[in-house]
Design a protein around this ligand. Sequence first.
Ligand code: ADP
Ligand code: MG
Length: 345
Amino acid sequence: MADLKKLGEFGLIDRFRSRLHTRSPRVKTGIGDDCAVFTTQTGTIQLISTDALVESVHFDLKTISAAQLGRKVLAANVSDIAAMGGKPYLAMISLGLPQSTPVKFLDELYTGLETACQAYRIELAGGDTVASPKHLFINICILGEARRNRVFTRTGAQPGDQILVTGTPGDSSLGLRLLQSKKKKSIALTKHVRHLTQRHLEPSPRLDEARLLARSKLRLTSMIDVSDGLVQDLTHLCTPGRLGAVLYEAHLPRSQALESICKKMGYSSLDYILSGGEDYELLFTLKKEDAKKIRRLFLKAHTPVSLIGEVTSSPGKIILEGENGGRRNLKPSVGFNHFKGNHRQ
Ligand code: ADP
Ligand code: MG
């Protein structure tokens, strides 16, 4: 098979283009011109977000396949649009490629990207391709739209608002731990192990759930997607320095897989639920009177939702109320933070 040198930048771009088939009605000109050209819909407001992934900081090619990486990088970006209550339609990609990158790897990466584009109805409308001396680098910029007056931001929560989360946070980071230890010793591929590693390698952004929330009349006051860990991301909703929160341990959702594997391996399931990252679940606050309507709304969703706590007026304090009523302070810094040296890999 050809290598990067033989294909050259333009041969490579042609090759990428031939693997991308999903089109958005918004996009008038895609790959091939100096800019992508697109229209917007009246009554909408535009959302834009970007996210960079660097090999050995964000991913390890020993634990994730190229196709999975393609799907995951787009899923993480889609999750940011979902977190605002929006719908994505266009993405741009920048790639930094070491000379030695196998063309087969790039073919598979674009197959993964195309699968995700199809699933979320996004057109990959362009990008940039450059050489990188050592590590692979992927940046995605995504565009989406939301209904005007129905965008959920991180600020807006008030004391007394209820805190809710979709799905079962913690699964993804436990899945990563299993993948990493699988490199060293053999862990039986049970149903639970498969579930957890799948949650890490192939996360599903909660786009449909975000749409349900955006279309409802429920009074959401803030929303974020859980990418750095439940507690750390919750502190972003507690308008830093102004609000706090109490979480009810008994109400924290936990998957059977997480419970069972933590028990077997002697890990603390609570640590994973509170600090695990890359779940891409939605964490949001809601006016207390609307909390009882949420269950009915989520009957139509693929993912459960749990009421896990309440916003308080104690600045910066995140408290965990135990099953026996005891309370303890949680450190908001227990999550992922780039410049503090707790890289995932
Ligand atoms: P320019 O020189 O104007 O920056 P490029 O030669 O970098 O343009 O890119 C040519 C076309 O290919 C552009 O439309 C660009 O958006 C697209 N493109 C470049 N790299 C990629 C990529 N990795 N994936 C998809 N499209 C790409
Ligand atoms: Mg360029």
